[in-house]
Design a protein around this ligand. Sequence first.
Ligand code: HEM
Length: 318
Amino acid sequence: MLATMLLALTQQAAAQTPPKQTPQDLVDALRTAFGAHHARAVHTKGVMLEGAFTPDAAARALTKAPIFAGGSLPVIARFSLFAGIPDIPDTDAGAPPTGLALKIKAKDGSDYDLASDQHNGFIVATSDEFAEFLRDVGASGPNAPHPTAVEQFLATHPIAKTFLASLTVPASYATATYFGINSFKWTNAKGHPTYVRYQYLPRAGEHYLKPAEWKARRPSYLQDDIVARVAREPVAFDWYAQIAEKGDKIEDPSIAWPDSRRRVKLGTFTFTRLPRDAAAADRQYMVLPGQPHAGIEAADPMLLLRNKAYPISFRGRQ
Ligand code: HEM
């Protein structure tokens, strides 16, 4: 009990000032960086799979959320490249980190949405800094004089510089680990809180490409691979909660928690097929990554902003 109180106090003390940039500002900044088009403002090129989520009983010690009560539930997933460019080659520098969005259809008709990407930690600490970074990317085209705005940004943001230098590229969407990055507060049936971050580990094992191997791949190798793969075998990921300890940053997604933190297996996602109408499914699909549910609430303000920004981008493609 004392440990829980201390943890809560540490986390309160770290509370950020409220963001100045609005969700609309963030979507506009994404369009400044990647261009305006009637598709997702970011993570634009993607491919969807359908399947099921099977919960693990261990999750019930952490949250009372009904999706963990037992029994399989339908899931729709979308793998994507990072950039907001519809026809970007999978081998372009703007492709990583690749993303994984998940939508679990609960028995009561509600959606449990998750959005993760392949790097353990976000490029910056806050949505305000992300807006600044995106605008600097937009101002740093091929004809911009050096140091460009983005070069100047990176010179003063060492975490962002390290982030860009350490991105990996997967051999397949099915062979990357994905990270939820932002923190959640989970509450179990006894009212006990736990701060968690999500991780999704590939059943096919991790397999990343060396730069020369990557550049030699076809422009849609990730999409081609996952379509062929799911036709011959299930594509599966185990979902884990990484558990915060005292002093771990709850509201700063740019700082990963140590790998030594305890992980609890929450269940398994198993994908077995493509949607019947892929283009319609892609247009209609939208995740709300900060949506609260019984036993699950956002603990990082970035999630609340993301929850308002995604529908703005969604409306742009209807
Ligand atoms: C302030 C920070 C962020 C902003 C403003 C933002 C904004 C957006 C927007 C506008 C979309 C398009 C949504 C749509 O049109 O349906 C999107 C998609 C996505 N974002 Fe973020 N995002 C942020 C942080 C993150 C983080 C931290 C992650 C990973 C943990 C992430 C992962 C994704 C993924 C995987 C998608 C694709 C969703 C899909 O496939 O439908 N984003 N983001």
